[in-house]
Design a binder for this molecule. Structure first.
Ligand SMILES: Nc1nc2c(ncn2[C@@H]2O[C@H](COP(=O)(O)OP(=O)(O)OP(=O)(O)O)[C@@H](O)[C@H]2O)c(=O)[nH]1
Length: 208
């Protein structure tokens, strides 16, 4: 069965609302822009509140409409952004792998999701951005894996909005997981535990 919001819009099988969360300047907006337009722009302004982006994908023969809510990382917008958690189906936690403090904020963001998100707001996907400047790396992939395992997060991916590394993969993986969970739910089964992805594009491996 396919759905459409209005006659003029493309029909779809699934609509997923995915919220993107993390400290200011980790590159959330640039990643969303890369996902939507395939382009990279050095962004000058911080996000104010929440920005919406929609992109449709075809996954395993199904039309999937992904609505990304790009939230402001700045503290002063926290009350606005928290109000969007409740209706999200999936959450992506982002940090800047060249800035350790943004990684250390991740437990705080997990707490926010648990506090303000719906009870079934799982899985959280976990991504480190700016892998193109890995020479300035302050967060090891292994450290991210350890944190993800500790909190039962779905995946660890390292992305670059600048060099288009793993950007589509983040959203595709999230959508596939949400479809799988939806299907399992319909069949009364439980979803599997976490998946971990190596930082190299297209390489699906374990953390250890
Ligand atoms: N080298 C590099 N720089 C990036 C990348 N992605 C974003 N940036 C830069 O990081 C800065 C912050 O990017 P934004 O996308 O505005 O960050 P944000 O997380 O949306 O910030 P808020 O809107 O304040 O929450 C900008 O100067 C970008 O050009 C990347 O993949 N590689």
């Amino acid at each position: 069965m396919s759905f459409s919001n209005s006659g003029s819009e493309e029909a779809f099988d699934y609509l997923f609302k995915i919220i993107l969360i993390g400290d200011s300047n980790v590159g959330k907006t640039c990643v969303v822009h890369r996902f939507k337009s395939g382009q990279y722009h050095e962004k000058q302004q911080n996000t104010i509140g929440v920005d919406f982006t929609v992109r449709s994908l075809e996954l395993d023969g199904k039309k999937v409409k992904i609505q990304v809510w790009d939230t402001a990382g700045q503290e002063r917008f926290r009350t606005i952004t928290q109000s969007y958690y409740r209706s999200a189906h999936g959450a992506i936690l982002a940090y800047d792998l060249t800035r350790r403090s943004t990684f250390e904020s991740i437990p705080h963001w997990i707490h926010e999701i648990e506090k303000y998100g719906a009870a079934n707001l799982k899985p959280f996907l976990f991504k480190g951005n700016k892998s193109d400047v890995a020479e300035n790396r302050q967060v090891l992939f292994e450290d991210a894996c350890t944190l993800a395992e500790k909190h039962g997060l779905l995946a660890v991916l390292e992305t670059s909005a600048k060099e288009a590394q793993n950007v589509d993969e983040v959203f595709t993986l999230m959508a596939k997981e949400l479809i799988a969970r939806n299907t399992l739910h319909l069949h009364g089964e439980h979803p599997p535990n976490s998946i971990y992805l190596d930082s190299r594009p297209g390489h699906f491996g374990g953390c250890s």
